[in-house]
Design a protein around this ligand. Structure first.
Ligand code: ARG
Length: 477
């Protein structure tokens, strides 16, 4: 049985069953919130002094004690006790050991309900700030590789079958726009968390004339929760983060899946440096892209975290219920997405392209069949249905006789349709690069459109740079 006292030993004996301690502890997770928790307590103590609930001397002792605790935690000199449940109780308990019963004054006009709320708001701000920075650099890397690979043509796919030729920069830039939207979602998550819940007490407000405006400024929030019940029971700020993280993870998993495929022998489009791959303990020939596989796999947990917390909170009556403590794991795990983004930056920065294999796939997949049909429409004045049928027959013969559009003999072509026997017409129509040049519609893969796209992307990055939030200050000062 526990040797530590609970915070409520007046009402009950305060002894807890070991299973309640085991199931109920969150300290193993929320020790990670120590900076946020200490920052919140620090601001609260200053506020109590300002409104006359703590003398200068008492406030001084408490602030000093909180700083000592921070050092102890950072020096790994802060033991954790499951029976002390959470980070708030640990801090209060240690403060009492350090400065005596005055420590008990810190909890005046405060509840652990508004305390955990402020901790998690500060944490969401910190993590979303960091994720935003990584995402921003990922977008920059994509732009720079897109500029570098402007002239490389690759197949695009639908149904994982070769569709039409695209510039590799066009392919890469498609991910730029996804990650840009992720930046926008993450900024929203930051803004929604930029709202102070502290100072509302357990549920109804507090019986003191506290100064929430002071707390807001001290803790660097832009706004307030205007309703105490909302402030202690909402976890919307966490949902916003989890949603943004889930979408990033989903995008990363799609990209990584493609990097894995494209570096396999079957595609053989890309090569990664040894440093980013692993071998097999048994098969000497192997070079595996584990890094991308791990990102693909870990994304699953980050996506399901959104669902996990939604299910925890569905139909939960107002206001605080202990169920809300289960927000902790999904919340803290969100930080992992930073490593996944950073690893993706490495993958994107370092792949080499095997252009010859891209070209082979384009040929084998008849990537310009649609262009040929369109040319028959424009230059041969054929209805599109008929042109589609003619090119379909040509492809069928290619498949039967193992040709591609570029090497099927002229005689066979002319038998299908006389215009196909006109070399000048034919080779212009099936040329890979010319095919991309014809895609001049806005958002298409022609050189001028891709250049335009990259210019717009750079402009958006510059605009966003000035809107990115500042790093939240968690120092005790
Ligand atoms: N450990 C709790 C949590 O993380 C802190 C709030 C506890 N409040 C309460 N009324 N038991 O949610």
């Amino acid at each position: 049985m526990s040797t530590k006292e609970t915070l409520w030993k007046g009402r009950s004996e305060g002894k807890l069953h070991p299973l309640l301690i085991k199931i109920g502890e969150s300290i193993s997770l929320d020790i990670k919130l120590y900076r946020e928790d200490l920052k919140g307590s620090y601001a609260h103590a200053k506020m109590l002094k300002n409104i006359g609930l703590l003398s200068d001397e008492e406030a001084h002792q408490i602030l000093d004690g909180l700083k000592k605790i921070q050092k102890e935690i950072e020096n790994q000199e802060f033991p954790l006790f499951p029976e002390l449940e959470d980070i708030h109780t640990h801090v209060e308990n240690r403060l009492k050991e350090l400065i005596g019963p005055i420590a008990g004054k810190l909890h005046t006009a405060r509840s652990r309900n508004d305390q955990i709320a402020v901790d998690t708001h500060l944490f969401v701000k910190k993590v979303s700030f960091e994720i935003l920075n990584s995402l921003y650099r990922l977008c920059e890397v994509i732009v720079s590789r897109s500029e570098e690979l402007m002239d490389v043509i690759m197949p695009s796919y639908t149904h994982l079958q070769v569709a039409q030729p695209v510039r590799m920069s066009h392919y890469l830039m498609s991910y730029f726009w996804m990650f840009l939207r992720d930046i926008e979602r993450m900024m929203f998550a930051y803004q929604q968390a930029d709202r102070l819940p502290l100072g509302v007490g357990a549920v109804a407000g507090v019986n003191y004339e506290n100064d929430r405006e002071f707390l807001r400024k001290e803790l660097g929030f832009s706004d307030f929760y205007e309703n105490s019940m909302d402030a202690v029971s909402s976890r919307d700020h966490i949902f916003n983060l989890l949603y943004a993280v889930a979408m990033i993870s989903l995008h990363l998993s799609r990209l990584c899946e493609e990097l894995i495929l494209y570096s396999s022998v079957e595609f053989n489009f890309l090569e990664f440096p040894d440093e980013l791959t692993t071998g097999s303990s048994l098969m000497p020939q192997k070079k595996n892209l584990d890094l991308a596989e791990l990102i693909r796999a870990k994304s699953g947990r980050l996506i399901s975290n959104l669902n996990t917390l939604m299910i925890v909170m569905k139909a939960l009556p107002l206001t605080y219920n202990r169920d809300l403590q289960e927000d902790r794991k999904p919340l803290l795990e969100s930080e992992e997405v930073i490593d996944l983004i950073e690893a993706t930056i490495l993958l994107i920065s370092h792949f080499k392209v095997k252009e010859k294999n891209l070209e082979n796939s384009l040929h084998q997949g008849f990537a310009t069949a649609t262009d040929l049909a369109d040319a028959l429409v424009v230059e041969g004045n054929l209805p599109f249905r008929e042109a589609h049928h003619i090119v379909g027959m040509l492809v069928r013969i290619c498949v039967e006789k193992s040709y591609h559009l570029g090497n099927i003999p002229k005689e066979i072509r002319s038998q299908i349709h006389p215009l196909l026997g006109n070399d000048e017409f034919y080779f212009r129509a099936i040329d890979l690069k010319l095919s991309t040049e014809k895609k001049k519609s806005r958002g298409g893969t022609s050189l001028s459109r891709v250049k335009e796209q990259i210019q717009l992307a750079k402009k958006r990055l510059t605009e966003i740079k000035s809107q990115l939030p500042e790093k939240p200050n968690l120092d005790l000062d």
